[in-house]
Design a protein around this ligand. Sequence first.
Ligand SMILES: [Mn+2]
Length: 475
Amino acid sequence: MSQLESLKGRKYPSKEHASRVLGHYVEKTSKDKSEFAFYIAGEAEVLIPYCDQTKPFRQNRYFFYLSGCNIPGSHVLYYGDSDKLVLYLPDVDKEDIMWSGLPTSIDEAYAKYDVDEVKFGHDLELDLSLLVAGKVSVLTTDINDFNKLFSPHLTLGGDDFFYALDESRLIKDQYELELMRHAARITDNCHLAVMSAIPIETEETHIHAEFTYHALRQGSKAQAYDPICCSGTSCSTLHYVKNDQPITAEKHSILIDAGAEWENYASDVTRCFPINGDWKEEHLAIYNIVLRMQNVTKEMIKPGASWEEIHLTAHRVMIEEFLNLGIFKKEYSVQELFDAKMSARFFPHGLGHLLGMDTHDVGGNPNYSDPDPLLQYLRLRRPLQAGMTLTDEPGVYFLPFLLEDVLNDPSKNKYIDRPVLDKYWYVGGVRIEDDLLVTDTGYENFTKITNDPKEITEIIKKGLAKGKEGFHIVI
Ligand SMILES: [Mn+2]
């Protein structure tokens, strides 16, 4: 796939990234920039044991951030003092050309990457040793299989180096945002394709296949994470990736959480729908609760806002609506139910997380040992800033395993009207997830695939009207 029209003539801004990391590092450590350099090894191809195939390649995100280079076996070195960024391409293996074709040349690399110098891997040892001889610490993230050869010259940068890298990655620049918008566009089309192809989706696997087929056709070779394609009560399993069950007549709800990747930048989107397009009363009621949780919380997004507060607001909305439905008994107030943390087992995950090169991106400062069950799994624990990209993904689930304790505990089950609750188990769960950018005044939503239940029905019915013959392959 060619470069995006909006980015034509521009390079991935790795030099700007490197100087941003330098700025954060100097600010954090008060060190003089003449005292250190940054070095990161990219991932290399790794053989599968006892086999001549390689493991799937996924570029090291810190390396990519400082180089924009996806070539396996490359290295990057940044001289803090002179602001010089050097990319080292892997040494040419002549025997491999027959199998893999010509590698990227030095000239091609100069034209493609935003670096000051391009060299080969065999130059690296000397460059590193000269730095060390000049009393410059060459900081790296860790010693691993791809850089251990050079470990005598390297110094672990520790928490301060990770801090500088992660703080830089936290705020996306315009180039990165264009990549993310494109990943989101691809993902929109894939979700639309899944909703439109019900006649040929009689297994969870078919939903998975439909999504990834359309991502690949649009040039996205990797998914940001394993697609979650579930039906019926399996919709209550948050990271369900078996995706192998038949979608039988008694199953009603579908949940698909999947996102394509573009140039190492992720999207992460969830949609839910009734398999035949007709919402059942309980399913629609839960869907509308989750939609309201998302709408209310989206409108709270702006610089300076507390994500924890926004997340807890989603819990309050859920409690209000559970009172309206009668799942929670009406004699209790929203505050009492909130204080009893009664929403925690129905909405057990965080409202959203940072999104970037990683699906759960760096810099969120989560605290998984937080004793508060409402906050334990919240992956973003810092005030919002313009330029952050994140998901807003409320959910409501009916997972027997998770609710067992609550239903057996008299201090908790007194709040629940059991016969009312029992009408909802078949729904499994509903999650609605969009990808957002925090702007100076609020937010921009990258996700355009509809979340309106009526529009979703229309899309599904249109697909159903085509019948199996409306699709190229009938199985
Ligand atoms: Mn997510």
